[in-house]
Ligand binder design. Structure first.
Ligand code: AMP
Length: 168
């Protein structure tokens, strides 16, 4: 088996939580570009403003990471690609894309509640509008490829995880 899975959806939709659980279940690594960037001091200001790191840097980091030996039997990506442009720079060739659907009001509420350093109301708004502008178009692309799975992200963590396991 070589599962190459992408989790996609607005920030605060629960991608990261669900990706961790699925990665444990499938015994493959979960790679999050947000986690990688939060460890890099050079991009601190970009993250704090809710802006995106430049495409070339991002694509290069992901490409290198996926070449490591732990990814050879599959991986789960959370946070890349965030736009068609990124996919064109480096395409991880997913076998399956899981889209967690959650309404805006709910993701904003969740982000305010988790209180991460880059979760101010302004940066949340910036990230949501970037999501609609840049990330949402990827959904159509993967839908056309026939690999998009839509999952309702509003239930309990366990119920959503079960739904995901059933659908992959
Ligand atoms: P996340 O943890 O996915 O919410 O990402 C946190 C922050 O990391 C984002 O607001 C961006 O500044 C940066 N980031 C994560 N993934 C990407 C990406 N694919 N392209 C550009 N910036 C990213």
């Amino acid at each position: 088996m070589n599962d190459r899975i992408l989790f996609i959806g607005p920030q605060g939709c629960g991608k990261s939580t669900q990706a961790v659980l699925l990665a444990e279940y499938l015994r493959i690594p979960k790679i999050s570009t947000g986690d990688i960037f939060r460890e890099m001091s050079q991009v601190k200001d970009i993250l704090a403003a809710g802006q995106l790191v430049d495409d070339e840097t991002t694509a290069e980091i992901v490409k290198k990471r996926l070449q490591e030996s732990d990814c050879q039997n599959g991986f789960i990506l959370d946070g890349y690609p965030r736009s068609i442009a990124q996919k064109e720079l480096f395409d991880p060739r997913f076998s399956c894309v899981i889209y967690l659907k959650v309404p805006d009001t709910e993701v904003t509420r969740r982000m305010m509640a988790r209180g991460r350093e880059d979760d101010t109301l302004e940066s949340i708004k910036t990230r949501l509008s970037l999501y609609y502008e840049q990330t949402q178009p990827l959904l159509d692309y993967y839908k056309n490829q026939g690999i998009l799975i839509e999952v309702d992200g509003t239930g309990s963590v366990e119920a959503i995880q079960n739904e995901i396991k059933k659908s992959i």
